[in-house]
Design a protein around this ligand. Structure first.
Ligand code: 13P
Length: 256
């Protein structure tokens, strides 16, 4: 199965940016710019505080909502956390899980990622499972080892059906926010390795259906070339998703 059988998926990870009023302005502008875009899944991931408001704006549009994290308990004495039922209630369909910033700064581990992935799936929310090597891993020739560890750790115990409801995002840490994008060939090499891992763990059929996004300094100028690679099924966009025009251009470059 080729890339054409997998619907491309472009997600904007807003990270720690945008007040509610800024989120309203960005979403309203984006909604107009991508109103005619079909054949591509479009996702925005605001901060928790803006989710419900953004959800109201994109109701009946072709934009879907993601959260940037989730906790695995539904409710209880867990100060500061947000649960899957709450995210569903706020209008989310997706949750970004295990972003490298969470692994680096907030102690996220493969185990917590896996627990959150299972929690999301059990609430009918689709996890976007982030994996990616640091610069020193790449320079030491450990890219595949790290990717194998993140992919097998994050997806541990998932059924084929659960894996098919999940998205993998390959984000080389050295390319995030640095302006240093992986070359299309570098991205393709790791995406194809991830697909091989999924084939070995599940089946060729399942692996051929899972969508794998690339993330790390994706811009309107490089998006089309990255997405022309056979195993690159979309983009997880940080900085360039904070401007409606640049994010819309990236969305359009995913339409074949
Ligand atoms: P940038 O696009 O800003 O490099 O961020 C990528 C990213 O981390 C998306 O999750």
């Amino acid at each position: 199965m080729g890339r054409t059988m997998r619907t491309p998926i472009i997600a904007g990870n807003w990270k720690l940016n945008n007040t509610i009023s800024e989120a309203v302005a960005l979403t309203t502008a984006l909604k107009d710019l991508v109103a005619d875009c079909a054949g591509v899944e479009i996702i925005v991931a605001p901060t928790f505080t803006a989710l419900a408001t953004v959800s109201d704006i994109i109701r009946d549009s072709n934009i879907r909502l993601a959260a940037q994290d989730v906790y695995w308990e539904d409710s209880g004495a867990f100060t500061g956390e947000v649960s899957a039922p709450m995210l569903k209630d706020a209008g989310c369909d997706y949750i970004i899980i295990g972003h490298s910033e969470r692994r680096q700064y907030f102690g996220e581990t493969n185990e917590s990622v896996n627990q959150k992935v299972k929690t999301a799936l059990s609430h009918d929310l689709k996890p976007i499972i982030c994996v990616g090597e640091q610069l020193e891993d790449r320079e030491a020739g450990r890219t595949e080892t790290v990717i194998e560890n993140h992919v097998s750790g994050g997806t541990a115990g998932l059924s084929s059906a659960q894996l098919l409801s999940s998205i993998i995002a390959y984000e080389p840490v050295w390319a995030i926010g640095t302006g240093k994008t992986a070359t299309p060939a570098q991205a393709q090499e790791v995406h194809s390795y991830i697909r091989k891992l999924l084939k070995d763990a599940y089946s060729a059929d399942v692996a051929s259906q899972v969508r794998i996004q690339y993330g790390g300094s994706v811009k309107p100028e490089n998006a089309a070339e990255l997405m022309s690679q056979p195993d690159v099924d979309g983009a997880l966009v940080g900085g360039a998703s904070l401007q409606a025009e640049s994010f819309a251009e990236i969305v359009k470059s995913a339409i074949l």
